[in-house]
Design a protein around this ligand. Structure first.
Ligand code: FAD
Length: 401
């Protein structure tokens, strides 16, 4: 009698630790709905958009995302979906598994621009912009960075002054912002500027005379994303255009913290897509008469990727549960962004090597993720800045200057 080998059922190689088991059915359903949208509205086209360096269907896409409740999805009221931080994270992971540029569109809309208005704006700002932005009928951008002031935005040069005396005098904005996602297509910009009273935020309809947003070209990363300069030449705004509820750098930093939290999750999406592509490729690609997945060196790469993907996703989930409990601290978000983006980049680079020459082709998503992650590494705080935030938390000493 010959002994039969009973093979155990293969575990999901994309979720070796069984993280799915600790998600609720509702969380999985939200994730599934986002994946469904990305499968139909993004994945078939995104390599072409990346190659062409454009996002031609941005308004249609924004409306589709709005109808699914993805825009400002973690905010309450004003047409926003009011979902949990973990729902929001799972959605971001799926969006970035498709493309970091698509996730950036949604992040800048919901976590930066809408959040700034929702948290710091007047009731009139909220009524005017949030329902339209939640529906994807209006697109927003967030102008903090300047050409000469990135990691140190407190030194920004853009200035707002009141024209004449009294609290009800118009504001006049002059200056320029650089590297602004959604800039050229935005209907509204939240612009941060120096005033006599410190840094303040302004809600700027982009059809205001003196405002322009030329497109930044020649990017080799986030090509399926609109990136622009904002030029403000004597932009006259009514007295109530200023965000009334905040003064100083804590205004923009509070918004960046929201978006960074999303990146902790999103980067794991780009990593998962890269890993899944490499695993499938390795199983099919035959060299020296066997699939390259059978070579120890390939397996070592795959095991390393799986380990980083698992630990990064667990970290994201842990931070998400803390955010839902109201206990998440900014330095914990820094830790998450610092770890997960650099690990995602390592996974994408390693996946690229497994694909050999095909690794550099846009026929596969890996090189696109790899190039995109170079931007994700830099924006929302560079690794050096987050290292310094973590260093300060550990030592109680600031080493920024
Ligand atoms: P710099 O600040 O000049 O830094 C250059 C290098 O010096 C980095 O490695 C940095 O870590 C290092 N460095 C700086 N200071 C220190 C220090 N004290 N110690 C050690 N090292 C240091 N901005 C917005 O406001 N809105 C947007 O929508 C937006 N979208 C973007 C989209 C893309 C595609 C990109 C690439 C950027 C975007 N940004 C946006 C800008 C982004 O946030 C900045 O690029 C980022 O903050 C870094 O600023 P910087 O490029 O001026 O680099």
């Amino acid at each position: 009698m010959t002994a039969t080998t009973v093979r155990p059922p293969r575990i999901d190689p994309l979720d070796l630790a069984g993280i799915d088991d600790v998600l609720t059915e509702e969380e999985k359903a939200i994730r599934g709905a986002v994946r469904h949208l990305c499968d139909s509205a993004v994945d078939p086209y995104v390599a072409e958009w990346f190659e062409a360096g454009e996002l031609p269907q941005i308004r249609e896409l924004a409306k589709e995302m709005g109808s699914l409740g993805l825009l400002g999805m973690h905010l309450e009221g004003y047409g926003c979906a009011g979902m949990s931080a973990v729902d929001y994270g799972l959605a971001w992971l799926e969006l970035e598994a498709s493309d970091s540029g698509i996730r950036s569109l949604v992040s800048v809309q919901g976590s930066l621009t809408m959040f700034a208005i929702w948290r710091h704006g007047s009731e009139e700002h909220k009524q005017q912009w949030l329902p339209a932005m939640a529906a994807g009928e209006a697109i927003g951008c967030f102008g903090l960075t300047e050409a000469d002031h990135g990691s140190d935005p407190a030194a920004m040069r853009t200035r707002a002054r009141q024209d004449g005396g009294g609290e009800r005098a118009d504001w006049i904005l002059d200056g320029a912002k650089m590297w602004i996602t959604n800039g050229s297509v935005a209907d509204v910009a939240v612009v941060w500027a120096q005033t006599d009273d410190g840094i303040r935020g302004f809600v700027v309809p982009t059809d205001t005379p003196g405002f322009s947003a030329p497109l930044i070209k020649h990017k080799m990363s986030l090509r399926a994303s609109v990136t622009s300069e904002l030029v403000l030449e004597g932009v006259r705004l009514p007295h109530d255009a200023v965000l009334p509820e905040v003064r100083g750098l804590k205004g923009p930093l509070s918004c960046l913290n929201e978006a960074r939290y999303g990146i902790v999750w999103g980067s794991m999406g780009a990593a998962r897509s890269s890993f899944a592509t490499a695993l499938k490729y390795a199983e099919r690609r035959v060299q020296f008469d066997r699939p390259i997945s059978g070579f120890q060196l390939t397996q070592a790469k795959l095991a390393q990727m799986s380990m980083e993907l698992t630990t990064g996703t667990l970290l994201a989930l842990h931070l998400g549960r803390r955010k839902d409990a109201g206990t998440l601290r900014p330095e914990q978000v820094s830790l998450g962004k610092l770890n997960n983006v650099s690990k995602a980049l390592e996974i994408a680079r390693s996946a690229r090597t497994i694909l050999g020459a095909n690794g550099i082709s846009l026929e596969y998503p890996v090189i696109r993720h790899m190039n995109n992650l170079e931007s994700v590494l830099t924006y929302e705080g560079t690794p050096e800045m987050h290292t310094l935030v973590v260093g300060q938390a550990l030592t109680c000493q600031a080493a920024f200057r």
